[in-house]
Design a protein around this ligand. Sequence first.
Ligand SMILES: N[C@@H](CC(=O)c1ccccc1NC=O)C(=O)O
Length: 248
Amino acid sequence: MKTTISYKTKEYHIDLSKPLDISIAVRGTKENVNSWYIDNPKIEPHCDSDFVGSISAGSSTNFYDIWFNPHSHGTHTECVGHISKEHQSINQNLHQFFFLAEVITIAPSEENGDLVITKNQLKKLLEDKAPKALVIRTMPNSETKLKRQYSNTNPPYIIEDAMEYIRDLGVEHLLIDLPSVDKEKDDGQLLAHKAFWNFYGEVRLGATITEFIYVKDAIADGSYFLNLQVAPFENDASPSRPVLYKIE
Ligand SMILES: N[C@@H](CC(=O)c1ccccc1NC=O)C(=O)O
C-alpha cells in the first residue's frame, strides 16, 4: 500500500504496509522497563467480591484492570505540562500526527562522570538538516533497553545547550530511547526539558518529547515519515506508539 506525500516543495513515496514500530510495549510484569523508583505495571483481572474478570476463572469475558505510570513504564509522549504548574494535556496539544523525521545514532560521551549528548555531536549529524521530528538512538543499542530497570542508574541525558540547538533547529517532536532527556537526579532543574519547550520565553505548547522508544539496529539512520499518536488521556504525558515509514 504505497502513497505519495507532498510536503513543502517535494514529493515523498512511502509504503504504508511496511511500518517500523519504535515503541516499547507495556507488560504487567517485573521484566517491563522501569524508572523513577516505582513498582512494575500491573495488568490483572478485575476482582469484586466473588467476581474475577478472567475467562479462565469462570467469567464470560476477560476484564482486566491496568495500573501503570506513563513516565516510568514504556514509550510515552509528553508536553510542557510535565514541568509546568498549569495543567497542560498532551491530548490537547498534539494536533497533527505525521512528520518528516530524521533518525540519528549517538554514543553519549563522558563528561564529569556522566554520559551526555552534546551540541557538537548533534551538529555533526544535523548540519544541513532541519527535520520537524528528531529520533535519537543511543549507543550501545542492545535489546536490554526493552526491560532495563533504570532507577538509580544515572542514565545518559542531553546537555542544555545541545537541547537549545535542537529547539533552534526547529525540531518540534523529539524522540529518544532513554527515560529522560535530563539527568536522573538534578534537584528538579530539568534544564533540557526547559530548553526544549522554551520554558522562560514563548513556550512551545505544540512541541513534544517522546521517551523510552526503541529503534532496532535494522532501522538505518536517515529520513523517514513518522506517525506519532498518543492514547487519548488528558494528562501531561500518555503512552504513545511512534511508527516510522522509510522514504523510498
Ligand atoms: N530529574 C528530576 C526528576 C525527573 O526528571 C523526573 C521525575 C519523575 C518522573 C519523570 C522525571 N523526568 C522525566 O523526564 C529531579 O531530580 O527532580
